[in-house]
Write a protein that binds this ligand. Structure first.
Ligand SMILES: O=C[C@H](O)COP(=O)(O)O
Length: 253
């Protein structure tokens, strides 16, 4: 059975001291072993990548990611980092197409496609984020919209490559301080649509957006959901450890 992916992106948060503190507490708690049936992952800011990698150590049960990477391997792309650089810094995952990147930094279906391909070319796992706005949801177009985003980003891949991809469905209206937690009922249909197309084909189908300690277990119970991608609730390590516990409990059945 596929493990449940339970992870966090720190977005643009944490100093190196805070990154060290969070990661050391996680490592101390896990003591070299992920909770049974759970795949933990953490995606710090670029500045903390090597620090977190060093604290996690070799053969860590926790996968490490970056929040973005360019599709070219090197070159005149000021302000960007490449997948080979991310890999060199210790990353195993590349987050691609988060709605904040699409909204503020011009990420498109085409750039997500290029970045997925670049990640796979270098043996890193693309964590493809998809999600619709409140306007699209209100118009009844959620499933069609997110399928288009996913299909566009995975276009041209072989089945073997698709099997290395993790998809995170994060409705924009549910993300962050301005978002509101989605209800289970609201997520059943989009996950049915994603499940029809991708269940069993990809490494994971995650849900993200205002996941908290109260709703995590219910969200994991939605058909086709195989993990959680979490912001605020996991930024305090105690919150993340509790989410890992909830994940392990769910994995046990
Ligand atoms: O990357 C994580 C998501 O954007 C969710 O963030 P949130 O859990 O703070 O709503």
């Amino acid at each position: 059975m596929q493990p449940l992916w339970i992870g966090t992106s720190w977005k643009m948060n944490k100093t190196l001291a805070e990154a060290r503190e969070w990661t050391s507490a996680l490592v101390g708690h896990l003591d070299g072993r992920a909770p049974e049936g759970v795949q933990p992952f953490v995606i710090p800011s670029f500045t903390a990548t090597t620090t977190v990698a060093q604290i996690l150590g070799e053969d860590s049960p926790v996968l490490l990611g970056v929040q973005n990477a360019h599709w070219e391997d090197a070159g005149a792309w000021t302000g960007e980092i490449s997948v080979p650089q991310a890999k060199d810094a210790g990353a195993q995952i590349v987050e691609i197409g988060h709605s904040e990147r699409r909204e503020h930094f011009g990420e498109t279906v085409e750039t997500t496609r290029l970045k997925v391909a670049a990640s796979l070319r270098h043996g890193l796992t693309p964590l493809l984020c998809i999600g619709e706005s409140a306007e699209v949801k209100d118009a009844g177009g959620s499933s069609a919209f997110i399928l288009e985003q996913a299909r566009g980003a995975l276009e041209g891949l072989t089945e073997e490559q698709v099997a290395d991809v993790v998809i995170a469905y994060e409705p924009i209206w549910a993300i962050g301080e301005k978002g509101r937690p989605a209800t289970v009922e609201e997520l059943v249909e989009p996950f049915a649509a994603l499940g029809d197309e991708y269940s069993g084909r990809v490494k994971g189908l995650l849900y993200g957006g205002s996941v908290n300690l109260e709703n995590a277990a219910d969200l994991l119970g939605i058909e086709h959901v195989t993990g959680l991608f979490v912001g605020r609730t996991a930024w305090k390590v105690e919150g993340y450890l509790e989410l890992l516990r909830i994940g392990a409990e769910h994995a046990r059945g």
